[in-house]
Write a protein that binds this ligand. Structure first.
Ligand SMILES: Nc1ncnc2c1ncn2[C@@H]1O[C@H](COP(=O)(O)OP(=O)(O)O)[C@@H](O)[C@H]1O
Ligand SMILES: [Mg+2]
Length: 236
């Protein structure tokens, strides 16, 4: 089993959107913080942000910040945010903006100087368009952090997980392991069998199987999320 903190940070990608990247990234930040590690968080680009008093609200970035209990400026944690619930490049185009990788690199470097360990949440999966010429995988390459792949527990996940790992390997991105997460609470044959079947196909460790936890939405969420990950992920 790999040591999660042997690198300068982690890049949390997923097999898809809505698989639990934010929950896992924020939960890991809270757990590592609890171990006395100075953890920073970053959500390079967030789309689908609600407008409140003419300000875009990046929910993922705010949740990451609150779980890691960091005071870094929101502009540094989340340099780009868009209202359209679309892939970053498509949202930026619609809103007449452009994403600059140099700006992402500068924010990342700034956070790196302030923190011992950085947890970066990706956007959607690895091959989501970021600019006309870049994909999210380019950000993972730029930051040089090992990946954790968050996968759904449901039917289709074996294919999506293998595709993601193979693509990472083609791009020479290190994959620390896979975390299976159940974001919906559905428990059928696929959810029961996937955790047993997936390890025989993947070439990286299965780091954990995180069950659906309905209490995550309440006031006690930080405490509950920390316990959920501590109990279900191998956190060496
Ligand atoms: N293990 C879980 N138990 C309960 N709800 C979950 C769990 N994982 C994810 N969710 C919920 O599912 C939704 C999608 O999760 P999220 O972490 O935002 O996914 P992503 O960041 O990959 O888009 C959120 O509403 C989140 O609270
Ligand atoms: Mg998210």
């Amino acid at each position: 089993m790999p040591n999660l903190t042997s690198s300068p940070g982690l890049f949390i990608t997923g097999t898809d959107t809505g698989v639990g990247k934010t929950i896992i990234a924020a939960g890991l930040a809270a757990v590592l913080k609890g171990k006395g590690i100075n953890v920073g968080v970053m959500k390079p680009v967030e789309t689908g942000c609600a407008l409140s008093s003419s300000e875009l609200v990046p929910q993922d970035a705010l949740f990451l910040k609150s779980m890691a209990q960091v005071s870094d400026e929101l502009e540094v944690v989340n340099p780009y945010r868009f209202e359209s619930p679309l892939a970053p490049w498509v949202a930026a185009e619609r809103e007449g903006k452009e994403i600059n990788l140099e700006r992402l690199r500068e924010s990342f470097e700034q956070l790196k100087r302030r923190h011992e360990f950085l947890i970066v949440e990706g956007v959607g999966g690895l091959l989501v368009p970021l600019t006309a010429h870049h994909l999210i995988s380019d950000v993972a390459q730029l930051f040089q952090l090992p990946l954790i792949v968050v996968a759904r527990a449901s039917l289709g996940t074996i294919n999506h997980t293998l595709l993601t790992i193979r693509q990472a390997q083609i791009l020479r991105l290190a994959v620390l392991g896979v975390i299976i997460n159940n974001p919906t609470g559905e428990i059928g044959l696929a959810e029961e069998t996937n955790p047993q079947v997936l390890p025989s196909f993947i070439t990286v460790p299965l780091l954990g199987i995180v069950p659906y936890c309905p209490e995550l939405k309440g006031n006690n969420a930080p405490h509950i999320l920390r316990r959920l990950l501590e109990e279900n992920i191998d956190l060496k």
